[in-house]
Design a protein around this ligand. Structure first.
Ligand code: ZN
Length: 180
């Protein structure tokens, strides 16, 4: 849950980061930004700010800003009906992002959010800077964490059905509640 004020502050801060990375955004897109606290109530630690450019039945494009040290929690994109699940390419365009995928544990630059050991199972670290990109196949668990200067990244994918994505942390609620 976020207060309206927290939501607006995060939205404006993230919009400045996105625009600072060279992404042109309309005020309407900024107003519609998804400030996601994942129902955990500690946005700065675990959360993400996401602007969706479009999301059709087949393709989707977004820009994601993470504040310094902010973590987008571990999740994967599972099959929905005849769709095998979202294939997603993440391309960093500003700052530094640590991406975690299955493989040999190599977490060094980032860290597991405090008290959340059981919610972050994949720990193979890839350090990504502007121009670096990675394609995540459907069903592959992944999570992201920004470096000390934050991170801005594009997400290009097949159709996104984010509200249905499974997360490792059972406490996560994908749709953010905003209160006055
Ligand atoms: Zn994802």
């Amino acid at each position: 849950m976020l207060t309206r004020r927290q939501h607006q502050e995060a939205r404006d801060r993230a919009a400045a980061m996105m625009r600072g990375a060279g992404v042109g955004l309309t005020d309407k897109e900024v107003a519609a930004m998804d400030v996601a606290d994942f129902g955990l109530g500690h946005l700065e630690a675990e959360g993400a700010q996401i602007v969706s450019f479009f999301n059709s039945e087949r393709v989707s494009a977004k820009v994601i800003a993470l504040f310094p040290g902010q973590t987008l929690p571990e999740h994967w994109h599972s099959a929905v009906g005849e769709d095998p699940g979202k294939e997603e390419t993440i391309r960093v365009i500003g700052g530094t992002a640590y991406v975690y995928i299955p493989g040999e544990e190599s977490i060094a630059c980032g860290r597991i959010p405090a008290g959340k050991d059981g919610c972050y199972s994949v720990r193979h670290e890839i350090v990504m800077r502007p121009g670096d990109q990675i394609t995540l196949e459907p069903g592959v668990k992944h999570w992201f964490q920004a470096g000390s200067e934050g991170a801005v990244m594009f997400s290009f994918s097949s159709a996104a059905r984010c509200a249905l994505d499974p997360f490792t942390d059972p406490h996560i609620v994908r749709v953010t509640k905003i209160t006055d």
